[in-house]
Design a protein around this ligand. Structure first.
Ligand SMILES: Cc1ncc(C[n+]2csc(CCOP(=O)(O)OP(=O)(O)O)c2C)c(N)n1
Ligand SMILES: [Mg+2]
Length: 351
């Protein structure tokens, strides 16, 4: 079996059993350290609810991120309010960490709006992006604009291991390097691009590709929220200081299927999933916080209770969303709708 598991060259601050590895001071105060756990617990609870909502016919399709909470929350937490996130389609946990309205976000998966209904500019979170790797180009374009405008902010693009095989990734990385734009290229290497394993995607570790373009590439244990935070923070500071891009390869795993339309048992072994379950990012961090005396069991229980109540509210709001006005089916597709369509539409609405 191929190995996508943790390796020695990864940055890591907390071992899978929750014990500290070297210096765990990443510059966060205890309130922030607790907030990271709270966000990850919320994210997981909502992710599981979304799976249930899809099975109950309340969402059309949903891409779960269970197992990737630390990669997303740790990286999003390292950004400032002016920085801009360019997500793919699996970044609901990052959206939660950025304070995006999740009911508006889930309108995408419910099909009640043409994308997420949140305001991308206000949220500093671009629309959900399904075409693989195109958001990396958008991020570099935004970052070039930010550099020219001198606003001192950076862009962070999320993408998967599979996206690194797309031309868009390479074009964006090259342009980012040549123009030294303030961008963080954040790859969540979860070992699979639907049913295609990493070994069929690249012959070298993804992080090493950065050297070919001329900027640093760093591998981090994507299930260690503190390590993810620390390497992203360093990349953000580098970008803001005008030193250009960084590629981060966060080694992680998606515990669930690719989407609710996928049967992952068709292509991956149950032992592999079990091995990664034992590397659970939330359990690891919970143990670390308890061991360091930063939280007690009652804080963990309160996080879970709060997440439960929040998710109940989200469920009520999402299931109350009605269909959009029917004419929106055509309203945004044409500047001038063809006569065949307008005739059909008139017949339909007159009927
Ligand atoms: C340009 C393009 N090609 C193919 C697809 C179909 N597709 C959707 S997700 C995906 C795999 C993406 O894998 P990865 O980049 O590793 O992200 P992950 O799904 O693991 O988060 C593919 C091939 C697509 N959406 N866009
Ligand atoms: Mg992947």
């Amino acid at each position: 079996m191929r190995d996508t598991g943790p390796s020695d060259d990864m940055v890591r601050h907390v071992a899978p059993d929750g014990t500290a590895v070297g210096d765990v001071d990443v510059g966060l105060d205890e309130g922030d350290l607790r907030e990271l756990l709270r966000l990850m617990v919320r994210a997981r609870r909502l992710d599981r609810e979304c799976m249930a909502l899809q099975r109950q016919g309340e969402l059309t399709v949903y891409p779960p991120f269970e197992g990737q909470e630390a990669a997303q929350v740790g990286s999003a937490f390292a950004l400032g309010p002016s920085d801009f996130v360019f997500p793919s389609f699996r970044e609901l946990a990052a959206a939660i960490a950025r304070g995006v309205d999740v009911v508006e976000y889930l309108q995408y998966h419910r099909g009640t709006w043409h994308g997420g209904a949140y305001d991308p500019i206000a949220a500093r979170f671009a629309p959900i992006c399904v075409p693989v790797a195109t958001q990396i180009v958008h991020a570099v374009g935004w970052a070039l604009g930010a550099k020219l405008d001198g606003i001192g902010a950076c862009a962070l693009a999320y993408f998967g291991d599979g996206a690194t095989s797309e031309g868009d990734f390479h074009e964006a990385a090259n342009m980012a390097a040549v123009f030294r734009v303030p961008v963080v290229l954040f790859c969540q290497n979860n070992g699979w691009a639907i049913s295609v394993p990493l070994s069929e995607q690249t012959a070298v570790p993804i992080a090493r590709r950065a050297g070919g373009y001329g900027f640093p590439g760093v591998r981090v244990d994507g299930n260690d929220v503190l390590a993810v935070y620390a390497v992203t923070r360093a990349a953000v500071e580098r970008a803001r200081a005008g030193e250009g891009p960084t590629l981060i390869e966060a080694i992680t795993y998606r515990i669930g299927p690719h989407t609710t339309a996928d049967d992952a048992t068709r292509y991956r072994a149950p032992e592999e999933v079990e091995r990664w379950r034992r590397l659970d990012p939330i359990e690891r961090y919970r143990r670390f916080l308890l061991g360091a005396g930063i939280v007690g069991e009652e804080f963990v229980a309160a996080c879970e209770a709060e997440a439960e109540a929040w998710v109940a509210e989200v469920r009520t709001a999402v299931t109350a969303l009605g269909p959009p006005p029917e004419d929106e089916m055509v309203a945004f597709a044409f500047a001038e709708p063809p006569t065949t369509l307008t005739r059909e539409w008139r017949e339909r609405t007159d009927a």
